[in-house]
Ligand binder design. Sequence first.
Ligand code: IPM
Ligand code: MG
Length: 368
Amino acid sequence: MKSYKIVVLPGDGIGPEVTKATFEVIGSVGKQFGFELKTEYHDIGGASIDRHGIPLTDDALSACKNAGAVFLGAVGGTKWDHLEGALRPESGLLALRKGLNVYANLRPVKIFPGLENYSPLKAELLEGVDLVVVRELTGGLYFGQPKGPGTTEAGLRNAVDTMVYDENEIKRITHKAFELARNRRGKLTSVDKANVLASSRLWRDVVNEVSAQYPDVELEHMLVDNCAMQLVRQPASFDVILTENMFGDILSDEAAMLTGSIGMLPSASVGDKGGLYEPVHGSAPDIAGKNLANPMAAILSGAMMLRNTLGEPEAANAIEQAVSAVIENGNRGADLAKPGEKALSTNELTEKVQLKLKDLAAKEPSFS
Ligand code: IPM
Ligand code: MG
């Protein structure tokens, strides 16, 4: 039997719950499609701070580097909010992304049948929405030096963050975005703030240079403030959105609401090898440990892992079909349920996905 070595980082808050759901589902499709996962669990974020004093140990990072793929639940929480800089839970995640060199973060946004009326946007605007945010993940404002708190000559507290990119960092993610667009609807929107930022002007120049190699893809440039507006005005006009780290962080949360809930949004972070898979949502400390989290974003991230890094596209399709069917049949987590609608627990939603997978396998001989 084929076997894949995966490092699992459940993390904080609802991370462990949605991670457990994901590996139950992957375990089932593995049996159907003839592979198994060899999983190794490590701490990250607050869980790692509590146990080892730092948000990511060398041990955990080197295990991740040696794995076929890495799956992460979520990091952070109020308990660790007083910590500064490199000691914050989020720093563990940033160090992991950097250490794995997964510079391209793909966040697909599509409307699941049945959720057309669950977005704060009018259903008519959502028709045809199917986009991917390609967020640069290992550079820009989150990593640039100098960074940190300081003092002015006059003795005032100040603080600095630096948005810096070199042309190679821009080039490699631009290629990823063009390749993706080429295999989708052939449109790429590069988002920047070139009317103000020097880093954005370099970004735009490099994207233009790379575009010469992709004459089949239509390229447009858009300022980030305008993009924030167009995402709610005409979201269906986007195919692939390519952007800097922080712009992508912000725009992907906004785009998540097109689907009705950030609890539906998976992500894949890839570079030249391996991959890191995590739901876009955070650790949601307010509902942690209560069996209330929507596991779909995590389960769908698991599907992306199977397709993109492990080369098990049929198993990935099966999971996505099952999730889609469960949603279409009216099952909602607490994040989506409207007043009067029953909200299913994490376990109930996971079980529904498992049952649907069995169902699909029974119907389709290719599933077994
Ligand atoms: C995300 C999250 C993280 C980020 C946080 C937890 C550091 O918001 O993955 O979007 O900013 O990248
Ligand atoms: Mg974010």
